[in-house]
Design a protein around this ligand. Sequence first.
Ligand code: FPP
Length: 242
Amino acid sequence: MTDQIHRLDKENIPKHICIIMDGNGRWATSRMMPRSFGHKKGMERVVEIVESCRKLGIKHLSLYAFSTENWKRPKAEVNALMGLLVSYIRAQLNRLIDHGVRVRIMGDITPLPELPRAEVLRAMEETQHLSDMTLNIGINYGGRDEILHATRELVHRAERGELKASDLTREMLEDLLYTSHGPDPDLLIRPGGEQRISNFMIYQIAYSELYFTDVLWPDFDEAQLIKAIDSYQNRNRRFGGV
Ligand code: FPP
């Protein structure tokens, strides 16, 4: 662990960090390499950052790996991303289990090809008893779709006569989101130079602190993570109060 960690206030470590892992393609093209090479480097960063978060005591980490819009990418790139997901699970699952990390998926995995779907299900099953840390991976995830699915379920309940509009609470909606088991993110990190949310956890980040950096995801190392947390610790969170 780098020396910079000592700068951090141990009493104010975010409980939940979410990351939009952006910049893999540009990282690779600037090196005259195929975009999939950037994704491979990006996957290596995932391994490192999960480990750093675990050591820092961050209990929930949510990563945006594949959005509902990413299907529009060339087939070869989609296949490469699916292949990396499989490699990640095969290479890391035992380690995640040893460290008590529960893997949860955000998103509808039904349209995934058979192999990645099976591996993702295996990762969820084999870690479901663990609770030291939660790793949420967004796959075929979109915040608008997530809210739509939750709303559809509430309407079904109303149609069955189980729910009246006047009885509807925020908690009922939140219970139907993929993140119902954990706290909202304290900090959203987006490397890669863009300053937008791209449909990631749009409901849950209502009061999250946002951190943008030009560093591309394949270069986002532990020192960068500590810098982001340091920035978070210097914010004054008021949650609408004074
Ligand atoms: C965005 O960069 C990144 C992605 C769409 C994929 C992220 C996937 C990984 C880091 C690897 C697999 C993940 C796991 C959890 C095993 P971009 O391609 O949009 O980059 P660009 O903006 O430079 O083109």
